[in-house]
Design a protein around this ligand. Structure first.
Ligand code: GLP
Length: 236
């Protein structure tokens, strides 16, 4: 595992965007696993700039996102489909038909989760998975537990996650209590992983997750055994 500490959010975003774009340049039909949250926003902005400058071509790229809130339609401003469209997909030359985000309003959520895992398996896993990290050490919405869960599933959100994500909603009551999340199996099957985190609030969990014991109480800690994982952290 490679832990890179940088001085600013701008540096973090530049570094992460350059790794993701290098992946697409070297393999134009790459399959990218993508993440939401505030940390990757700058990264996506830099990717949009590089694409506009003609440095990278997303026309053959496919993507799968990590998670989606249960109950939110893709047109809801806080849905992760809406986030991906507005921060990235609408501004690069990716074919949206090739972008997949779990459907949070699927009638049969269990089937949606099973189909999602089957799809990831059928495409041979992702070439590069982008991740953020929650204040409780979650990746995707894999919350602290007494075991690691491999499968994509509907997860109950921890109170600390609901608190952290309430800032994006009009009130805490509006934050969905459940989400579909890619499991640890699909995440760890990525050939390469880039995790981005910024802000002092993440300092303690970054240390615990990446220098401490590997435990399902801090799901990100499992990344310590991934063969190609880069963590980019800025305190800013
Ligand atoms: C949400 C997402 C995670 C993300 C986390 C951290 O909980 N499900 O995938 O990593 O937020 O987000 P931020 O970067 O805004 O702290």
């Amino acid at each position: 595992m490679n832990l890179i500490k940088v001085k600013s959010y701008d540096e973090l975003s530049t570094k992460a965007a350059s790794i993701i774009c290098a992946q697409v340049v070297s393999k134009p039909d790459s399959i990218l696993g993508l993440a939401t949250g505030s940390s990757p926003v700058g990264t996506y902005k830099k990717i949009v700039e590089k694409c506009a400058a003609g440095e990278v071509d997303f026309s053959r790229v496919r993507s799968v996102n990590l998670d989606e809130y249960v109950g939110l339609d893709g047109s809801h401003e806080q849905s992760y489909r809406y986030f991906m469209d507005t921060h990235l997909f609408d501004h690069i030359n990716i074919d949206k038909k090739n972008t997949r985000v779990p459907c949070g309003i699927a009638e049969d959520l269990a089937k949606e989760c099973a189909d999602y895992d089957a799809y990831i398996k059928s495409i041979g896993g992702t070439d590069l998975q982008v991740l953020g990290i929650g204040v409780d050490g979650h990746i995707g919405f894999n919350e602290p537990d007494d075991h690691f869960t491999l499968a994509t599933r509907v997860a109950d959100l921890d109170e600390s996650t609901i608190d952290a994500n309430a800032r994006f909603f009009a009130s805490r009551d509006e934050v969905p209590k459940q989400a579909i999340t890619m499991g640890i199996g699909a995440i760890m099957s990525a050939k390469k992983i880039v995790l981005v985190a910024n802000g002092k609030a993440k300092k303690e969990i970054i240390e615990k997750a990446f220098t401490g014991t590997i435990t399902p109480q801090i799901t990100a800690s499992i990344l310590q055994v991934h063969p190609d994982c880069t963590v980019i952290y800025s305190e800013e």
